[in-house]
Design a protein around this ligand. Structure first.
Ligand code: SIN
Ligand code: FE2
Length: 218
């Protein structure tokens, strides 16, 4: 038996693909194989660029803590939403995208049918119990032909996946540690959000959820 067979076998116990709609798929457990490399890589980024609570253009403090890796980072302040090559806290470039981030995001995108995805931005979101992300579209990127790859780690959350209009009905998708959602093509501009997190504990990440959102922004 080859190594590939061996891993393929291990994989099939935890991994499952669940189509959400045209252009959108949930890859259950896709990030689990790389967990041992992924978690230290996140710690490295956060050591250089700590989580912070950004302010919306309307002046509200976001409940989700955020930081970034890659040549561009998503930021929000009183002036608006944008991508910036510089971390406003340190006035230095964002930490480089770890190799494992690129590999995982590229593999998940390819698995979902988006071959050749090379993200230049990874937004890292930290949710504590009670934190939520209200319904929004990801539309600060230059090329909507590029998909979004979203990796869930830590305690569970309910992802809301809606339509092209804010008022469209949403499906509720429970996400757990290691799950990856990819949306692109006809689904690229669908509204989405995260319900307030319920208190819980995860072996590796304690009482929080970490989400990595990979995008080609520039
Ligand atoms: C996002 O929309 O940026 C994050 C979604 C999530 O945390 O699952
Ligand atoms: Fe988003």
């Amino acid at each position: 038996m080859s190594m590939a067979d061996l891993f393929g076998d291990t994989f099939s116990h935890q991994r499952r693909d669940e189509p959400l709609d045209a252009g959108a798929v949930l890859l259950r457990g896709f990030a689990l194989m790389e967990e041992a490399v992924l978690l230290p890589a996140i710690d490295m980024v956060v050591a250089q660029a700590p989580f912070r609570h950004l302010v919306t253009p309307g002046g509200f403090r976001m409940s989700v803590g955020m930081t970034n890796a890659g040549s561009l980072g998503w930021v929000s302040d009183r002036r608006g939403y944008r991508y910036d090559p510089v971390d406003p806290l340190s006035s230095r470039p964002w930490p480089a995208m770890p190799e494992i981030f690129l590999r995982l995001a590229g593999a998940a995108a390819a698995h979902a049918g988006f071959v050749g995805f090379v993200p230049d931005a990874c937004l890292i979101n930290r949710y504590e119990p009670g934190a939520r992300l209200s319904l929004h579209q990801d539309r600060d990127e230059r090329d909507f032909g590029q998909p979004i790859v979203s990796v869930s780690l830590g305690i569970p959350a309910v992802f809301l996946f809606g339509g092209m209009q804010r008022a469209d009905p949403q499906i509720r998708v429970p996400l757990t540690h290691g799950d990856v959602v990819v949306w692109g093509g006809p689904a690229r501009l669908r509204y989405h959000g995260v319900l307030p997190l319920k208190p819980d504990q995860h072996d590796a990440l304690g009482d929080c959820r970490i989400n990595l959102t990979f995008r080609r922004a520039g």
